[in-house]
Design a protein around this ligand. Structure first.
Ligand code: FBP
Length: 506
């Protein structure tokens, strides 16, 4: 791949780092004892790791270090900043002991199962610093699931000091299961997860945000702002923009706050399809009465699984057999291509492939019918274009610090934990670093008809600060055009422009 002048300049960017990560030999991880109340089922599944406490990074001599052999894998969808996690890992390992080795497993978890790997050199990594994508080692969605997958992982990575899994909720569930398996089989390999996903749904009290969310939302907001300006200029279309973000509507909420479209649907509000169609039709009528036959509507891709009519239909379709009379009626009334999209295979983790379902088309067709054709809509999907952009300064620094910290978790012998950085909206120098036991985030869910342990997805909290702030403002954006066009991610200039954090984090 050749680099543009901007990409070349970004290679030289030095991410800011928290004060605690300046001298790695002068800090160490300290246990933070806490009362735990995990279900017996979790305790049975994770007998070796369920009692793990969180650890926080504090000043204090780390003791004698030795060379470490560490594997790293990208798992799942791309998210800007991943290469900086690898850069941070590599730099920390070299500081711990220059004889350390960082090994990249290729093309996702299948690389661990099939033993496809290569040692990463400093020169090679230098070419990927502050760049988007995961192409240094590739990514994939294979799930380490079958007994033979775990055996292969033990064979191929069981003599390492650490294995770093950079992934979302499903991949970090895998990290917890692998950590347990390695311990059970006497392996010294520590498994540490890194919270990645543009979806922003890997959140908890301890994980403020996953990396990639900021850059993706900034990229989408730039494009939404451009579309708003176009709508305001031409005054002839309703732009219906589906936004990536499986299940949770965090991306739609963040982009709405950044761009102020006329309507943003939030799946977690739990509206039915009929209610949503009425809401859009009513908006169109009210704007027409104000002389406006254009507008911008944001639709989260996960909405399709929140609308009860479609949710039920998807469930019945995936069970096979005959549809109930209600579902059959809903199905018959959908555009033919959406009917096919609803029947696509699930991904290896059992998720409905919502990015391939044209939810915006379902709504456009229904609103058109209701308004007797008087809805001049243009369909958009903003998805993959936000996952591999040049990372924002926030994601570049966040990811670099995650990489440095993850190396320390391995150096200090932690396993079955996920790296977490806290106080992210404050000064980077003051960020807190914590290793959170993954088992604490796990619960049971039905996937592909079976009960499975998974990290609970964090949805938009409709009683939370961010949503309440949005819901106070949104009425005033409906008929009046209060659009904001934030422009592209900025890398040079005032800190206010270059170093902003997501609004929903604030
Ligand atoms: P992760 O959960 O792996 O980070 O992926 C998230 C995501 O980008 C979703 O927003 C989207 O629905 C899905 O991946 C698309 O999957 P694929 O890349 O397999 O088409």
């Amino acid at each position: 791949m050749d680099l543009s002048p901007l990409q070349k300049m970004r290679l030289k960017y030095r991410p800011k780092i928290p004060d605690l990560l300046r001298d790695l030999a002068a800090v160490s991880l300290k246990a933070q004892p806490m009362a735990k109340n995990l279900s017996p089922a979790i305790q049975r599944l994770f007998p070796k790791t369920f009692s793990q406490t969180p650890f926080v990074l504090t000043q204090g001599n780390a003791g004698k270090a030795r060379a470490l052999k560490v594997g790293v894998v990208f798992s799942g969808g791309q998210a800007a900043g991943g290469h900086n996690v690898i850069g941070g890992l590599y730099d920390a390992l070299m500081k711990i002991d220059p004889k350390s080795e960082l090994i990249g497993f290729l093309d996702g978890p299948s690389g661990i199962i099939q033993n496809k790997k290569r040692t990463l050199s400093g020169e090679e990594i230098a070419f990927y610093r502050n760049q988007g994508g995961f192409d240094l080692i590739g990514s994939g969605r294979t799930k380490i699931e079958k007994p033979e997958d775990f055996q292969a992982a033990l064979k191929n990575a069981g003599d390492f000091d650490g294995l770093v899994i950079i992934g979302g909720d499903d991949s970090n569930t895998n990290a917890a299961l692998l950590a347990e398996y390695f311990l059970e089989h006497g392996s010294r390999t520590r498994v540490v997860g890194v919270p990645k996903t543009i979806d922003g749904d890997l959140r908890s009290e301890d994980i403020e945000i996953s990396f990639g969310f900021d850059s993706a939302c900034k990229t989408y907001s730039e494009l939404i702002g451009n579309i708003e300006r176009d709508a305001l200029s031409a005054k002839k279309y309703y732009h219906c923009i589906k936004l990536m973000g499986r299940s949770a509507s965090h991306i739609a909420l963040e982009c709405a706050l950044q761009t102020r479209p006329n309507l943003t649907l939030i799946g977690e509000e739990g509206k039915t399809m009929a209610q949503i169609v009425d809401e859009i039709a009513d908006l169109v009528k009210r704007r027409k009465a104000a002389g406006k036959e254009y507008g911008v509507i944001l639709i989260p891709e996960g909405l399709v699984e929140f609308m009860p009519e479609i949710k039920k239909l998807i469930q019945e379709l995936s069970k096979g057999g005959e549809l109930s009379s209600e579902s059959a009626a809903v199905f018959a009334d959908l555009p033919e291509k959406v009917q096919k999209q609803l029947q696509l295979e699930r991904d290896p983790h059992g998720n409905v492939q919502v990015s391939l379902i044209e939810t915006e088309l379902i709504l456009i067709e229904k609103v058109k019918k209701k308004l007797e054709g008087k809805f001049n809509a243009v369909q958009h999907f903003l998805g993959y274009e936000g996952r591999s952009c040049l990372p924002s300064n926030f994601d570049a620094s966040y990811c670099y610090a995650l990489g440095l910290f993850t190396a320390l978790c391995i150096r200090d012998g932690l396993t079955g934990v996920i790296s977490s950085i806290q106080k992210l909206k404050g000064a980077i120098e003051q960020w807190h670093l914590k290793a959170v036991p993954i088992v604490d985030l796990i619960h049971f869910e039905i996937r592909k008809g079976k009960e499975k342990p998974v990290i609970q997805k964090s949805l938009v909290d409709i009683n939370g600060k961010a949503f309440l702030y949005f819901s106070r403002l949104r009425k005033s954006w409906e008929v009046e055009d209060r659009y904001i066009s934030p422009g592209p991610i900025q890398f040079f200039g005032e800190a206010e422009l270059t170093d902003s954090v997501p609004i929903t984090l604030e």
